[in-house]
Each structure stands twice: as structure tokens, then as C-alpha cells.
Design a binder for this molecule. Structure first.
Ligand SMILES: Nc1nc2c(ncn2[C@@H]2O[C@H](COP(=O)(O)OP(=O)(O)O)[C@@H](O)[C@H]2O)c(=O)[nH]1
Ligand SMILES: [Mg+2]
Length: 436
């Protein structure tokens, strides 16, 4: 799902993550690439503009530049703004009335009949009784199609033999009232294009039964066409929400990102396959993660923020600035890292992290810890005094080899050099090394 856009966005963020500190220039470059990725994914250009203005304002403000993990912080902002665009927590279906009537409308082939049966199944799984009502009288065999799918879903389909859509719908709703159904799902007829006849027919139906919800079904693969349809249906009929189908195909994501921002109406469900259970409640948060192709970066940033409190950070920064960072400090950094969870766990939360060979990281960390613990305090503070015989003693004490002790000392020296350089630019990036 959304491979192109998520690969592109991941590449942008990967570049950012490699940096200890971000400048306004870095951020602007990255946002230019984000812009291209969004436009290529067929996101409405006005939406792209507003979106990037918001992200830029936040990123160039303190949030990213002064951050612990600037790259991750940037992802977090983009993620949050995407969620904001797609509308957080508005996907509930109006179920105040019993039965609640839901009219499914949309163009031909967008997936109305399928969604009708899928919703029947969805509600059945949640203990609600639905009645499917076939009101597409134009397309031959439309009723049979709904019946077959309904049977498969274990949900009854209403029938009264009438050929008039309005009659079928009125009678269907009455039948549902008598039968104690919770929900009536109305499958309406579509057209290849929006025309007056279709709109009149649907408006008449709306007036006649006053449905609790009118859901517009649109095909995500049509990108901006789907958004235009939503705009037009909203303007001419009035809709309560959108069902975005065929997200399992090569949908580029543009429709998912733009619908709410352009029409003001939320996406309530998404279709992710032909099977009856391939329907998901639309969760902006999850959709944003999918678009970014990421694991749970947001919670990683939060964990990190909670753990390395501001004072701690100041203390570290001072140490680094004064170049008094010692192996003892390294050990306590390990402690912080450990409190965040295992390395394996942390890697998995990073975008693409699942593909990294993390199994050995935990044992490598343990080894380093053991080596430092086998040193005396004096050695930890002045690693320069660790000569050959001390190295042998430390290796034996920590159950490692002299080579491993050498490697750690070498690495520590490199780190100190790295920090010296870092100090010239900024000291804030130092915490990044643990994860890169
Ligand atoms: N892959 C995929 N196919 C879907 C999805 N929803 C509907 N379809 C297919 O799209 C075609 C048209 O669906 P249909 O419900 O008959 O559309 P209608 O004309 O709006 O009633 C059918 O072949 C469905 O199986 C979906 O989420 N994913
Ligand atoms: Mg149909």
C-alpha cells in the first residue's frame, strides 16, 4: 500500500536522520522533496501548500532545530500534520436511531455493493443486525450481486419484487423497523459520470427516508477524481463521510490525504481487498503511519523525550563541552538506552528498522557494558592509562577478549573526537549516536 510515496518520504527522512543537527536550509530542502512526493502521490496541490506551510513553521521553530533526534522529530511533525489533515477521531457512524439508515452512493464500479455487504459483515462482527437493501434498479443483476455477497456475509437482503428504487427503500426501512434491525444498508445505483438524473434520484431518496448517514464510496485509485467526486456529491446531495475503496491496489495515497481537507468530510472506512472482511475503520493515525511507511517512530520519540529529561541533557552537554566525557558517562548512557527497551525493540520502531540486523546489537551492548564494568573508576575516567596488562585483566574480568577491549577503547577515542567536532557545531546531536 502506498509504496511509492512511502519510499520517497522514507528516503527524505533517512537523509535527515544521518545528521546531528538540522539547519533551516536542511529542513527546507527536505520539505521540497516532501512536496514532490505528495504531488506525485496525487495530493491536491492546495492541500500540499497548506500542509507544508504548517510543517515548515513547526520545524523551523524550536521543535526540530533544538531537538534530541532532529530527523525523528521531523517525522513526528509530518505524521501529526498528516493526521490533522485527515481528521482525527471523526469516523463514528451515527447510530442514535434504531434502525440507523445508511445510504451508500457513488459512481458505477466504485464498490458500493461490495461495501454494503462488507459493512453488514463489519456490524455483524460487532453484534449489530443489519438489513441490506438493494436499491440499484438500473444495473441488471445488481440485486442478485448484493444477495450473494450478503449470504456470504451472513446478512439478510431485503426483497419485495418492486422495480422502483424508492419503493424498495421505503419498504425495506419499514421491514427493518418491524424486524428489530439495528442498521439498514442501502445499495444505490451508480452512473459512469455524475448527472442530474442520478442526483435527483438520490435526493428524492434522501428526502423520503431521511437517512442517518449518506456515505459516498470512491475508488482510491482514481486519485484526484475521487476528491472531485466527493466535492460534487457534497455540494449537490450532502454527504456525511467517505468510504475509500481499493486501497490494496496501486492507489497512490492522494485521495486519502486530500478528501477531508478539500470537502470537509471525513473518510470513515477504507476497502483493502475484495474479501468481505477487507474493510477497515479509517484511523488517520494508522493511515499516516502507512503513508510514511514507518513503524512507531512517534512513540520512540516520546519515550526518548521522557527518559532524557531536560536537566540530564544539560548535564551531558556541559560534559561534552568541557570534554570531560568519560567511559563512566558512556556506561550511564547505556543505562538510559536500556531503560528505553531492548535495542531490537528500538530498531523495530524506526522506519525500515525491521530490515536491520538488530539481533546482535543487544549482545554487543552487553559486552561493552561488561568491559566498562571490569574497569576501575580511575581507568574509566582516564582510559589513557589502560596499558597491555590492564587490558588483559579487563578482558578476563569481563569474559571478553583483549581484541574486544581494544576495539571498545578505539571506538571511545573516535567518539571523543567526534564529539569535539560536534562541539564546534552544536552539542545537541550527541545522543543520536546510540541509534545511528
Ligand atoms: N481490490 C479491491 N477490489 C474491490 C474493493 N472494493 C470493491 N472492489 C471490486 O470492485 C468491483 C466493483 O465493485 P462493486 O461493489 O460491484 O461496485 P458498484 O458498481 O459501486 O456497486 C468489484 O469487482 C469488486 O470486487 C476493494 O477494496 N479492493
Ligand atoms: Mg453495485
Amino acid at each position: 500500500m502506498f509504496e511509492t510515496i512511502s519510499n520517497k518520504l522514507q528516503a527524505v527522512f533517512k537523509k535527515l536522520r544521518g545528521r546531528g543537527r538540522l539547519t533551516e536550509g536542511n529542513i527546507k530542502d527536505a520539505l521540497r522533496e516532501v512536496r514532490l512526493a505528495l504531488l506525485e502521490a496525487d495530493v491536491n496541490y492546495k492541500v500540499v501548500k497548506i500542509f507544508l506551510e504548517k510543517v515548515e513553521k513547526r520545524a523551523i521553530g524550536e521543535e526540530v532545530i533544538g531537538s534530541l533526534l532532529p530527523g525523528q522529530q521531523m517525522i513526528k511533525i509530518v505524521h501529526e500534520e498528516l493526521v490533522g489533515l485527515m481528521g482525527a477521531g471523526e469516523t463514528e457512524i451515527n447510530m442514535q436511531k434504531k434502525p440507523s439508515t445508511i445510504m451508500l452512493v457513488g459512481l458505477q464500479g466504485c464498490g458500493k455493493t461490495t461495501v454494503c455487504a462488507k459493512l453488514g459483515y463489519h456490524f455483524k462482527e460487532r453484534g449489530k443486525k443489519s438489513l441490506l437493501v438493494p436499491a440499484d434498479t438500473r444495473r441488471p443483476a445488481a440485486r442478485e450481486q448484493l444477495e450473494v455477497l450478503g449470504k456470504e456475509a451472513g446478512v439478510p437482503t431485503y426483497s419485495n419484487g418492486s422495480k422502483k428504487a424508492l419503493d424498495i427503500v421505503r419498504d425495506g426501512v419499514n421491514e427493518a423497523e418491524r424486524g428489530g434491525f439495528d442498521i439498514v444498508l442501502i445499495d444505490t445505483g451508480g452512473r459512469l459520470h455524475i448527472d442530474n438524473e442520478l442526483m435527483n434520484e438520490l435526493s428524492e431518496m434522501k428526502e423520503s427516508i431521511a437517512p442517518q448517514e449518506i456515505l459516498l464510496v470512491v475508488d482510491a485509485m482514481t486519485g484526484q477524481d475521487a476528491v472531485r467526486e466527493a466535492e460534487e456529491f457534497e455540494g449537490r446531495l450532502g454527504i456525511d463521510g467517505v468510504v475509500l475503496t481499493k486501497l490494496d491496489g496501486d492507489a497512490r495515497g492522494g485521495a486519502a490525504i486530500s478528501v477531508k481537507a478539500v470537502t470537509g468530510k471525513p473518510i470513515k472506512f477504507v476497502g483493502v481487498g475484495e474479501k468481505l472482511n477487507a474493510l477497515e475503520v479509517f484511523l488517520p493515525d494508522r493511515m499516516a503511519s502507512r503513508l510514511l511507511g514507518m513503524g512507531d517512530v512517534v512513540s520512540l520519540v516520546e519515550r526518548m523525550e521522557n527518559l532524557v529529561a531536560e536537566e540530564d541533557r544539560k548535564k551531558w552537554e556541559k560534559k561534552i563541552a568541557k570534554e570531560t566525557f568519560s567511559l563512566e558517562d558512556l556506561l550511564s548512557q547505556f543505562q538510559i538506552t536500556k531503560r528505553m527497551g531492548s535495542m531490537q525493540e528500538l530498531m523495530e520502531m524506526l522506519p525500515g528498522g525491521r530490515n536491520l540486523p538488530a539481533e546482535n546489537l543487544d549482545s554487543r551492548f552487553h559486552k561493552v557494558e561488561a568491559i566498562i564494568r571490569s574497569m576501575t573508576v580511575l581507568e574509566r575516567r582516564n582510559p589513557d592509562i589502560i596499558d597491555g596488562s590492564r587490558r588483559r585483566r579487563i578482558a578476563v574480568g569481563s569474559g571478553t577478549s583483549v581484541q574486544e577491549v581494544n576495539a571498545l577503547l578505539k571506538q571511545f577515542n573516535q567518539m571523543k573526537k567526534f564529539m569535539k567536532n560536534l562541539k564546534k557545531r552544536s552539542v545537541k546531536g550527541v545522543f543520536k549516536w546510540q541509534l545511528s
